[in-house]
Ligand binder design. Structure first.
Ligand SMILES: Nc1ncnc2c1ncn2[C@@H]1O[C@H](COP(=O)(O)OP(=O)(O)OP(=O)(O)O)[C@@H](O)[C@H]1O
Ligand SMILES: O=C(O)CCCC[C@@H]1SC[C@@H]2NC(=O)N[C@@H]21
Length: 246
């Protein structure tokens, strides 16, 4: 993974760039990565934007071809990328790193990494997946600093080498991707569940616009968040529930 890395000085979005390469040129090898110094129109989940100061952070997209994975198990791919990123970040800080469902990475209740996976389907399989990852590294000034963190914030140094870090991350993703292939979706799901932010804790959520207290039990194999509410155990889709982080 990342043996074939395309380095760009400046790009709108590494995910879009990789998708355009895929549709315009010869087939790209699995593991091909795009690494951008500056991403000026980064995309987040659900139409949000990803903001990153030029030259300071890791903004990358990796091409995977998980054709062995049935669509019904596609959450396991997202879980696999989250496991890899959490474990890699955990090797950099003493603070506990966790995955906020579905795949935001959090440290000290602040977001350090966002993941945007765009799948191309073929029949009942995933033909290709563009794995977009943004990690806050050397940046310390954010517009909404109360909810965002970075490696620099956590470790008091601002001289991380982005390329070196990116290749470390590629290695860890490669290992975890192999684990998904060998051990299967359920195995990765249980490891993902062990890293889940707020799991087993009584916490506030916004559920279909109403504030409620609940306890996260787990994430199901189809990627739903299972929360114990006062009345019952319920499963939620991404649009139905928000963590109310104070
Ligand atoms: N560099 C960055 N680091 C962290 N967050 C960022 C960054 N750039 C943009 N954001 C955005 O900040 C917002 C907050 O992220 P978060 O996922 O916590 O909230 P959300 O998607 O609005 O809500 P929720 O996931 O709780 O429903 C998102 O829109 C996220 O994409
Ligand atoms: O948390 C999110 O909403 C997902 C953010 C994903 C950001 C990364 S940065 C590299 C890649 N290119 C993009 O345009 N987005 C992803």
């Amino acid at each position: 993974m990342g043996q074939n890395t395309i380095y760009l000085d400046k790009v709108a979005s590494t995910n879009d760039y990789l998708r355009e390469l895929l549709s315009n040129f010869k087939p790209l090898a699995e593991g091909t990565a795009i690494l951008a110094e500056e991403q000026f129109q980064g995309k987040g989940q659900r139409g949000s934007s990803w903001v990153s100061e030029p030259g300071k952070n890791l903004t990358t997209s990796i091409l995977l071809k998980p054709q062995f994975l049935p669509i019904a198990q596609q959450f396991a791919l997202s879980a696999t990328i989250a496991i890899a990123t959490v474990n890699w970040l955990q090797s950099k800080t003493e603070q506990p790193v966790a995955v906020k469902w579905p795949n935001d990475i959090y440290v000290n209740s602040k977001k350090i990494t966002g993941i945007l996976i765009e799948n191309k389907l073929k029949g009942s399989k995933i033909d290709s997946a563009i794995i977009g990852i943004g990690v806050n590294i050397n940046q310390i000034n954010f517009d909404t600093a109360t909810t965002i963190t970075s490696l620099a914030y956590l470790t008091d140094r601002q001289d991380y080498n982005i390329k070196v870090l990116a290749h470390e991350l590629f290695q860890v993703i490669q290992q975890e991707y192999l684990t998904l292939y060998k051990e299967g979706a359920q195995y990765q799901l249980s490891r993902y569940n062990a890293l889940l932010f707020w799991k087993g804790e009584e916490r506030p959520f916004l559920i279909n616009g109403i504030k409620k207290t609940g306890i996260i039990q787990q994430v199901s194999s189809d990627g739903k968040l299972c929360v114990l509410l006062e009345d019952a155990l319920r499963e939620f889709d991404i649009k139905e529930i928000t963590h109310l982080i104070t």
